[in-house]
Design a protein around this ligand. Structure first.
Ligand code: PMT
Length: 224
């Protein structure tokens, strides 16, 4: 295969929606199908990178040649990412991570009761994985985040780019039809600290993955 700027690079991609248990039969999650992250993992692998995919539950088959680490919860994901990060050249966090989890997980199925029509589940913030990774980051390591927004896309995304000390942030306005969760298409704006935003058209997630990986590849060339 042809040599590319990604040849031999160690790439860590996360995908899917994390799961936070309420009781043995219920959990909190989100609409992530994993398609965006899997498409990025596949594209990276095809360009010669050594790819590890850390995946929350999805219905997808991992791309050939990619090593898979399955996880369930945000804390599992945090642990797996933190452990692998040291050996990683490029981290791409496409996973939709639960921001909150139940304070307590019940060992038994929570029952309905005749005298109470309401049930309150107390939630607590989960670990912010990208913030944690920012503290471990060494020169030369590239970190890429996603931002799933429903309003003020660019403002919110720019804040995440800075707060999480990212090299690239891929912002998707998930309130728009065909954008973000679940479907086969996406439309993103690629933000970088030192460059004008790049807005893609609405396209298949594999096409979007190529455009994202092109930008990562260009950064590598600039820095290398
Ligand atoms: O999986 P698909 O169905 O293909 O859908 C794709 C997608 C919509 C899930 C994807 O394009 C996407 O936007 N992924 C990120 C979703 C998300 O969690 O966004 P956020 O804006 O809440 O988080 C910002 C970034 O911080 C993300 O890179 C996220 O992985 C990371 N994060 C979030 C929370 C947390 N506790 N730790 C984190 O590191």
């Amino acid at each position: 295969p042809q040599k590319t700027p990604l040849t031999g690079k160690k790439v860590l991609v996360t995908a899917g929606g994390t799961r936070e248990r309420i009781d043995p039969v219920r959990f909190i999650t989100n609409d992530s199908s994993g398609k965006m992250g899997y498409a990025i993992a596949e594209e990276m692998q095809q360009r010669g990178a050594t790819v590890t995919l850390i995946s929350a539950p999805t219905k997808l088959t991992p791309p050939a040649g990619v090593s898979l680490i399955p996880v369930l919860t945000t804390e599992d994901l945090a642990e797996a990412v933190t452990k692998a990060f040291k050996q990683t050249d490029i981290l791409v966090m496409a996973a939709a991570v639960a921001d909150f989890k139940p304070v307590n997980t019940s060992n038994q199925k929570i029952k309905k009761s005749a005298d109470n029509d309401q049930l309150t589940i107390k939630l607590i913030k989960t670990t912010d994985i990208l913030k944690q990774v920012a503290r471990l980051k060494q020169p030369g390591q590239i970190t890429v985040g996603f931002a799933a927004e429903t309003q003020n896309l660019l403002d919110n995304a720019n804040q995440k780019l800075i707060a999480k000390q990212l090299d690239l942030l891929i912002a998707n306005d998930v309130s728009k039809p065909g954008v973000g969760f679940n479907g086969d298409t996406n439309q993103v704006t690629i933000l970088q600290p030192d460059q004008a935003p790049i807005k893609t058209t609405l396209a298949d997630k594999h096409t979007i993955a190529k455009q994202v990986v092109d930008q990562i590849s260009q950064r590598l060339q600039k820095e290398g």
